[in-house]
Design a protein. Structure first.
Length: 403
């Protein structure tokens, strides 16, 4: 059984995607936003789950239809996505430890939340990430090596957001939810039938920007999905120190639905995100999806999680590993064989080598580029500062010549 090579810069789109842009044209007339807007399907447990940690498929009357047509090939595609995303993430962490990157924010443990939700999007949807959505970037066709330039300090992002409808990484916590809301309001005014999805974490959910986003998206019935990856630790602060209710319930106060999905269940994340995006496209307004997952690694490579959380907690969540969960399901369903896993392992190693070589080959940035695009028409003070910096740089060459 073969798997796709990583030589191509754009990974293939996997399970549950429509691929081409919609030809529907205009979005349906937006319905009036109110607290009585369409709610999540009833009769469901608080935590939506389609795959147990043991890989057993469980039924959901409300969400099964969103993954009903998924094929064994698409399931293997989801597995491949998660494995390669984790391999890329591990390589980036190693590169930082070797001094090749200034910092890295790992997604370890959150692969299902990102791949499931990312594969639910259409090409004409627009994605606003934070700085940890490496799996979503993979789903949107962003070359993994482009994610590393900012962390190496050689560029401010490394890709054109409009090429993949995937915005640049956002370091300011929570601000991208405002960008997403404004963009979604524009989509609605343009009459398009696409949707917007904004990613953020449990820590960002306490930011004022997120609260403002909820307010404006509800009042203007914006076609936006707020996807909160609740990995339970905002650096060293546990979720219970930030909220007295489950995060998804916060949506009720703003008048739109909120659901909690098992963030380690890639099928559930795919199904719930599909449902939420369909709501947005049909004029039903915003939805808050809380993907309940766990950050198995450090917040960033500058963090030491052993100082604030117990090993027993991490070990308990490792037993719920999203990749192992889907592998168990594939094996139990006879949807794959050892040849698939062996070829995927080889592909994974090839991806690691490609990433490592690409990072080390990245050229240093033009030192004078910092003075570009400061003012549209130029400015005398910027010209003066550029000249001063040029003289400063030249002093090093003069010193070396003197030796």
């Amino acid at each position: 059984m073969t798997v796709e090579s990583t030589a191509a810069p754009t990974p293939r789109r996997s399970a549950g995607t429509t691929g081409a842009k919609s030809t529907a044209g205009k979005r349906p007339t937006a319905k009036k936003a109110s607290a009585t807007a369409k709610k999540p399907p009833g009769g469901e447990p608080e935590l939506i789950q389609l795959l147990t940690p043991e890989g057993k498929r469980v039924k959901s009357a409300a969400y099964d239809k969103y993954v009903a047509g998924i094929t064994p090939e698409e399931l293997r595609g989801l597995y491949r996505d998660m494995v390669l995303t984790r391999r890329f993430d591990a390589e980036a962490t190693s590169l930082q430890r070797q001094g090749e990157l200034g910092l890295w924010a790992s997604l370890l443990g959150q692969e299902a939340a990102q791949i499931g939700s990312g594969r639910a999007t259409r090409e004409d949807d627009y994605v606003f990430p934070t700085y940890r959505e490496h799996g979503v970037a993979w789903c949107r066709g962003v070359d993994p090596t482009n994610l590393l330039g900012m962390f190496r300090g050689v560029n401010h992002g490394g890709w054109d957001p409009d090429s993949n409808n995937f915005h640049l990484y956002t370091i300011v916590i929570g601000s991208q939810t405002l960008h997403a809301t404004g963009y979604a309001m524009g989509v609605a005014k343009d009459g398009a039938d696409s949707a917007v999805i904004a990613y953020f974490g449990d820590g960002a959910s306490s930011q004022g920007d997120v609260a403002e986003s909820f307010t404006f998206s509800a009042v203007y019935n914006a076609p936006v999905v707020f996807f909160c990856q609740n990995n339970q630790w905002a650096i060293s602060e546990p979720t219970e120190k930030q909220t007295r209710v489950p995060l998804y319930q916060r949506a009720q106060g703003y008048g739109f639905p909120g659901v909690r999905v098992d963030g380690n269940d890639v099928l559930a994340c795919l199904a719930v995100t599909k449902w939420a995006l369909e709501r947005a496209r049909s004029g039903e307004g915003p939805t808050l999806v809380e993907a309940y997952t766990y950050r198995m690694g450090a917040h960033t490579t500058s963090d030491d999680p052993t100082k604030y959380r117990a090993d027993e907690e991490r070990e308990a969540w490792e037993a719920k590993d999203p990749i192992l969960r889907l592998r168990r399901h594939l094996e139990a369903s006879n949807h794959t064989d050892e040849g698939f896993f062996a070829e995927l392992e080889a592909e994974s190693e090839a991806l690691g080598r490609r990433v490592r070589e690409a990072v080390r080959a990245m050229p240093d940035p033009d030192r004078f580029a910092i003075f570009e695009h400061v003012y549209a028409d130029g400015h005398a003070l910027v010209d003066e500062e550029r000249a001063q910096f040029a003289a400063y740089q030249a002093s090093f060459a003069d010193a070396e010549g003197g030796n």
